[in-house]
Design a protein around this ligand. Sequence first.
Ligand SMILES: [Ca+2]
Ligand SMILES: [Ca+2]
Length: 353
Amino acid sequence: MKLRTALLGFALLCTPMLAAAQANISNGTVRIGVRADGALMPSVDGPTTGITFLATGNDGLTPGCLCEAWGIADAISGQSGHAGADTGSAGITSESFTSTATTATSVVNAFGKFRVTHSFTPSTASPNLFDVRVTIQNISAANTQVLYGRAMDWDIPPTAFAELVTLQRGNSPALVFSSDNGFHNADPLNPDSGTNFTNQDVVDDGPTDHGAHFRFNFGNLAPGASLQFTIAYGAAASTAQANAALAAFGAESYSLGKPSSSNDGTPNAFIFAFKGTGGTPVDPENPVDTGATTCASEGYTGTKLLWCQNICEKGYTGSTLAMWIRRWTDRYRDLPYCAANPPPPPPPPPQEA
Ligand SMILES: [Ca+2]
Ligand SMILES: [Ca+2]
């Protein structure tokens, strides 16, 4: 009894500390839930929050699974890690977490090689956005090559699990893979075959249960050096308002999640965007729509379908990708559809800070 009382007292003492190690933050228009590991949708006192548009009270992530995640890899050593509320965590250890009513900063160690800081602040570009400044530092003694992935399964009320997804890749040479598979754990070394599409610019695809996944290769990062880029999360009352926020932010690549109950993004369109990744801002008013071409939609079957998927839709890179391309060209003397948009060349050396 005494032990139990003592443990209860200890638990009560610890509760405020544990609760403070993750936070829901708000700018009055949008509420974001930030975990200690830098992913979204923490377990805190208050509503479970991914990205909530306060005007409708709807959250674009929390219906169904809490599927949102980020991951990092060193392509030289082949090490990787990832963190997410429902997709699990590997190789990521929390170093510190601080927050206010409007800001949150997560600092983690990634498999002893990187220190990764996700700093959430209200965007100065738009009240519909939060900025997440991401800083990746090589804390090892070895040269590294940095891959960063981030994924989310859009679930957009009032038609959650039947949402429309727009994905615009832009021209950043560092963006090496994208898909609408929001269930991915974002580990950059984990292949992704997409839900409806990979590596394509698509407008309002669906309705189906899908999301957005972006993977970047930021190139070599020397011991002690750092690189930075910025993510935006947000929500707006319509496609037009979401596009205005994206333009103000200067998005280089982005995804929008919208309900399928309207054709103008009402009553809420949700935003996931990147800048500072080496590209130029896209024009959200004139999105590119190539339709969701897939190996299956190309009419391939059997071996040809499988090999096409290995080249175009599995997210393979390096020698594995080269092997499948070689097999394909040896047998078929041409290239599958995605060869019209070949993987970009290696990115320039990253900005060091
Ligand atoms: Ca969900
Ligand atoms: Ca979904």
